[in-house]
Design a binder for this molecule. Structure first.
Ligand code: ADP
Ligand code: MG
Length: 726
């Protein structure tokens, strides 16, 4: 069948059907006028290998000649755009050894001198006769106007009203105007056949999209700024639709093809647990557990992300999830990124489950308490052998651990639920191994997987980065918490009064964290700075108080000892590097001081702040230090203004763009050339809805052959595996 449909397509090619993106991908660049062997090599270095690559080399910006001024009309101090021809260029070295390039330009009305400092390469770039667009602020110098370090874009022979400026590379010597010429030639050569449009007409109409052909032309040679915007909108939509089709399609396929458990989600264990809770569930916990239980009950393996801000009560949701497996006679595992966190989970989970019993056929009395074991690299010898045996024979109901859980020696009898906490700390590989472990067990069923993260990411980013997972959100904090009051201090007097305030709280029996400056370059330097901070504080601001020090270079039993002391209230303050960042829970700690706060990102600051505000007493977070950039200032101000992780995540996306949010998953997203998760939020949502609609109607995308082909072409199998595994 597939061969047939190919045949039809190929034979009809004789009658020149519109060009698909695959067709364009197979057309070589040697067809372009003026592209010879040398240029082919240069373009290759640019990763431009086909007509498709060329057409997808989009302009970086545009010069709009309608906003253009004449040199003769320039006004001192008023920034303006002039399009000029280079008349002469000369380079000097100044007395303090700086490179200076002077360029004389003219537009027929007058001459203008331009000076560049520290841009030696301008000497070669701006040769006599070159036409360039120059944007800058004219200043009076020696009686005539000149510009210093303006923006310069070569416009070449371009004659249009709006001139596209392409990314240029000094290294491979491809100029913007060469690219513009080649792209225009490619567009002209494609024109007789036109571009095949994969998006159904009804959708184009509904959303007011222009055709792909019009969009391709208008993105490169727009007749107006508005035409460019329409083109960008259409092409960006194509990109996000492809990504969503891939993610939604793969998720559906994975669900079709893997067999999972059908867990019982009511019964004495779960009921007993809920009844014994000392507090009612929050609305969000109820909703989330409901979503999870629906997944657990179905025979399709769950693959769900639980996003919940710090303190939103994820542990309880994790326990409720694991109990469903235990109740049915299977096992559950929870993996945390650090020993401190695994320990804490063990403490918390044991406390939550202490009173529960599970029916046991081998026991005369029919009931036994749950067997919960902690497995980290600290557990050794006899004890370790014991736990491993219990995991293998099924007598361990819940295994809590670090990556020690995924070592070869660990074999579960019947692992039904896997919870991965704070997933951003784990590599993709590690996560998939825990799931694979389960499949090695006797029945070979795929366990249900719940990935928990305390780093909220905006909805549209989640749809893209975690588009192959279902997402639940715990967007409500348990009641009775007083909000954390956050202040940003930088003047010496402010800092002094902050320490006075901290001291008085510690004297009253509360506890504080002091986070040392982040030093990304080296752990060694960071530890040294932590030690220095510790010494300064213990002999200064915190003298006479009981202060502990925690950093990444301590041995794990040393770390443990410090944490235990702090938890027990035997330390008033804990000076620490970011090792306390995730998940640490000490309700009596009410003060968080973050030194040199401007070095941290929004998400990290929010995480750190979440270490306090966990008890009933009012908590305080102090961000210390000057912001070094406007962005840094915006970050700290956002933290002062809001304690809502999702709101902060949106601010973060605005300030930093999507790159950082993608993190290790970035690889699958290289396909977004034009679209931005930030600018195109609304389209991501729409594209996901459309992808679900299209795939519901046609799971294999058979009816949408061209669309399927495009998804295929852009999203390579590796990326898909990559996304599915994590
Ligand atoms: P997270 O892991 O999401 O940061 P935790 O699961 O550690 O949050 O919960 C934070 C604190 O809130 C814990 O002390 C927990 O006992 C408490 N908690 C959880 N759910 C509730 C609830 N529904 N009502 C009151 N307190 C709760
Ligand atoms: Mg937690």
């Amino acid at each position: 069948m597939a061969a047939d449909s190919r045949c039809i397509r190929t034979s009809s090619a004789l009658s020149n059907p519109p060009l698909t993106l695959r067709d364009l991908d197979q057309l070589g660049l040697e067809r372009i006028k003026g592209v010879g062997p040398k240029t082919l090599v240069a373009l290759e270095a640019f990763e431009v290998r086909s007509i498709l690559d060329l057409l997808e080399t989009y302009p970086r910006r545009y010069v709009d000649r309608t906003n253009m001024a004449m040199i003769a009309d320039l006004v001192e101090g008023v920034p303006a755009l002039v399009v000029v021809t280079v008349e002469s260029t000369s380079a000097f070295t100044t007395r303090n050894n700086k490179k200076m390039v002077k360029v004389a330009v003219s537009d027929g009305t007058k001459r203008l001198n331009i000076t560049f400092f520290n841009q030696g390469w301008r000497e070669k770039q701006l040769y006599k006769g070159l036409e360039v667009a120059v944007f800058g602020k004219p200043e009076l110098f020696n009686g005539s106007l000149q510009m210093t370090n303006p923006l310069v874009d070569p416009v070449g022979k371009a004659t249009g009203r709006i001139v596209p400026i392409y990314p240029q590379s000094e290294k491979v010597r491809i100029s913007s105007s060469d690219l513009a010429t080649w792209i225009e030639d490619a567009l002209n050569k494609c024109a007789p056949r036109g571009f095949a449009d994969t998006v159904p007409q009804s959708l184009l109409d509904e959303h007011g999209f222009i055709s792909r052909g019009d969009a391709m032309r208008a993105i490169h040679v727009p007749e107006s700024i508005e035409a460019h915007q329409n083109a960008r909108r259409r092409l960006a939509f194509d990109e996000v639709l492809r990504v969503q089709l891939m993610l939604v399609g793969k998720k559906a396929q994975w669900e079709r093809e893997s067999a999972g458990f059908s867990h019982e989600t009511s019964g004495h264990l779960i009921d007993g647990f809920m009844k014994a809770l000392p507090f009612p569930l929050t609305g969000a916990q109820k909703r989330t557990i409901g979503e999870i239980y629906k997944d657990l009950a179905s025979g399709t393996p769950m693959h769900r992300l639980l996003q919940g801000d710090v303190g939103s009560g994820k542990t309880l949701v994790a326990v409720a999830t694991m109990l469903a497996s235990v109740q049915g006679g299977h096992q559950a595992a929870i993996m945390a990124p650090t020993e401190v966190l695994a320990d804490q989970h063990a403490l918390g989970i044991r406390a939550l489950l202490a009173a529960l019993t599970v029916s046991d056929d081998s026991n005369l009395f029919g009931d036994r308490t749950l067997r919960i074991e902690l497995l980290t690299n600290k557990v050794t010898g006899e004890q370790r052998r014991n736990i491993l045996a219990g995991i293998a024979d099924g007598s361990v109901d819940i295994a809590i651990g670090t990556h020690a859980l995924i070592q070869d020696s660990v074999n579960f009898k019947s692992l039904g639920v896997v919870v991965v906490d704070e997933q951003h700390r784990f590599g993709v590989e590690q996560r998939s191994r825990l799931r694979d472990k389960a499949q090695e067990s006797e029945h070979g069923l795929v366990p249900d997987v719940l990935v928990m993260t305390a780093t909220p990411i905006p909805r549209t980013a989640a749809m893209t980065v975690y588009g192959d997972l279902d997402v639940s959100v715990l967007d409500e904090l348990p009641p009775g918490r007083t909000p954390i009051s956050t202040s940003w201090v930088h003047a010496p007097l402010e800092i002094e009064s902050m320490w006075a305030d901290v001291r008085s709280r510690l004297d009253a029996g509360e506890q504080a964290y002091v986070v040392c400056p982040l030093i990304e370059e080296s752990e060694k330097l960071e530890v040294r700075s932590a030690q220095e901070t510790f010494e300064e504080l213990t002999s200064g601001e915190l003298s006479g108080l009981r202060v502990g020090l925690l950093h990444g270079r301590l041995k794990s039993d040393e770390k443990d000892a410090v944490m235990t002391q702090f938890r027990a209230g035997e330390l008033d303050a804990l000076v620490s590097t970011t090792v306390i960042e995730v998940g640490v829970d000490v309700p009596n700690a009410t003060v968080m001081v973050i030194l040199d706060a401007t070095r941290f990102g929004i998400a990290q600051l929010h995480q750190l702040r979440g270490r306090v505000g966990r008890g009933a007493a009012k908590s305080f977070c102090w961000l210390v230090g000057e912001a070094k950039t406007p962005d840094g200032e915006a970050r700290l101000e956002a933290l002062v203004r809001s304690t809502d992780g999702f709101e902060l995540a949106e601010v973060d996306l605005d300030l930093r763009g999507e790159g950082t949010i993608m993190g290790e998953r970035q690889k699958g997203q290289n396909d977004l050339k034009l679209a931005s998760l930030r600018r195109d939020r609304e389209w991501v949502v729409t594209a996901r809805e459309i992808a679900i609609e299209i795939l519901d109607a046609d799971p294999e995308l058979v009816k949408h052959e061209l669309l399927a082909e495009e998804v295929d072409l852009f999203l390579k199998a590796d990326d898909i595996d990559f996304l599915m595994k994590s």
